[in-house]
Design a protein around this ligand. Structure first.
Ligand code: ADP
Length: 345
């Protein structure tokens, strides 16, 4: 329904008020004094003061409304979604309504965001303490056994110290990944792009992982033509992406399998593909795979030294470059991760 204009409303109220004054006077006057001419005269006379009263009330209400509108606008100006309305006093009631509805929507969204953040914070803390608990308890167990006489027992002392050291390494890995993810999630990460050859970088990473791959009989293959593939990206972060994906392809690769690292020129970007013929991932896990702490097989991941943060870190880094990452996988057949980065000539 179209709302009545403030001016028309004022006139109507003044007329109704004047009519009420006339009615009031004649209710108290004896019947014989009533005549139409007198009634019209009193009506016309009373319409002036009632109009003045109504106009005064209107302007004082209008002023308050304007102040209220400004206050709401100021609040919204400091938020994510500042007001788009221009002040137009003829439509102040409608403007105020629009502003208050928009403001309420902003608040609702903000509350939703804070609730999600709170859930995330609790989940994150729970996951972190869970991840750290195992290595800490392991270290405690080895240290206590050594203190309880194990130190003098040559059949276990060195072995227990080495195991304790492994657990310390595990804690360092978890803390490094946590540091990386918190930097990425708080937006502290500054991408520092430069031109470099990603083929050379991938070779470097593959060489560093060769020992682990060979231990499982896995071959890491790169394009044979050796032609440099220049991209414009943050070299240090891209190394982290390659390390995480290549390490995963070995961790979850089958014995005597293969990991292929390929590069495709797709116009403005280079698509990097890391494909293995390992255990693969069931379809239902794929949508959540890049979530922090998400693992398909928890015990297998921990056994392999995984923190469950690797793919979340990878996704953040690729998205910080305004690029995308995808995964395709078939259980027992293998997995292909592909991501794009800006090409450089
Ligand atoms: P994690 O530290 O557990 O390896 P990631 O975030 O790197 O954590 O990976 C999340 C999960 O995705 C892993 O636990 C594993 O189940 C699955 N995954 C990752 N890469 C592969 C792969 N190449 N093949 C099979 N499963 C994989």
């Amino acid at each position: 329904m179209k709302s009545i204009s403030p001016k028309l409303l004022l006139i109507l109220i003044a007329v109704v008020l004047a009519a009420l004054i006339v009615a009031g006077i004649f209710v108290y006057l004896p019947q014989e004094f009533f005549n139409w001419r007198a009634a019209i005269f009193i009506f016309l006379l009373s319409i002036i003061p009632s109009s003045v009263v109504i106009v005064c009330i209107h302007f004082s209400v209008l002023k308050k409304m304007e102040r209220l509108l400004d206050t709401v606008k100021n609040y919204r100006a400091n938020g994510d979604n500042p007001s788009q309305l221009t002040t137009n006093s003829a439509n102040n009631i409608d403007n105020l309504k629009l502003e208050i509805v928009a403001w309420a929507d902003d608040r609702k969204n903000e509350i939703e965001r804070l609730k999600k953040l709170e859930v995330y914070r609790k989940e994150f803390l729970g996951n972190v303490s869970h991840e750290l608990k195992t290595p800490i308890f392991n270290i405690q167990g080895y240290v206590l056994t050594l203190l309880d006489g194990g130190l003098e027992d040559p059949s276990i002392n060195r072995n227990y110290l080495e195991r304790a050291e492994k657990s310390v390494d595990r804690m360092i890995t978890i803390i490094d990944d946590l540091e990386a993810i918190s930097q990425l999630e708080t937006g502290e990460l500054q991408i520092e792009p430069e031109r470099f050859d990603i083929l050379a970088l991938a070779k470097d990473v593959a060489e560093a992982q060769e020992m682990k791959a060979t231990a499982k009989g896995i071959i890491l293959t790169l394009p044979e033509d050796n032609k440099p593939v220049y991209i414009f990206a943050d070299r240090f972060r891209v190394r982290q992406v390659l390390v995480n994906l290549i390490v995963n392809s070995v961790k979850y690769g089958k014995e005597y399998g293969e990991t292929k690292i390929r590069f495709y020129d797709i116009g403005e970007n280079i698509m990097v593909e890391i494909a293995d013929n390992g255990i693969g991932i069931a379809k239902e896990h794929l949508p959540r795979l890049f979530e922090r702490f998400y693992r398909v097989d928890k015990s297998r991941s921990r056994e392999q030294g995984g923190t469950g943060l690797g793919l979340a870190i990878v996704k953040h880094i690729i998205e910080a470059h305004n690029q995308t990452i995808n995964v395709m996988s078939t259980e027992s057949a293998g997995t292909v991760f592909s991501f794009t980065l800006k090409k450089s000539t």
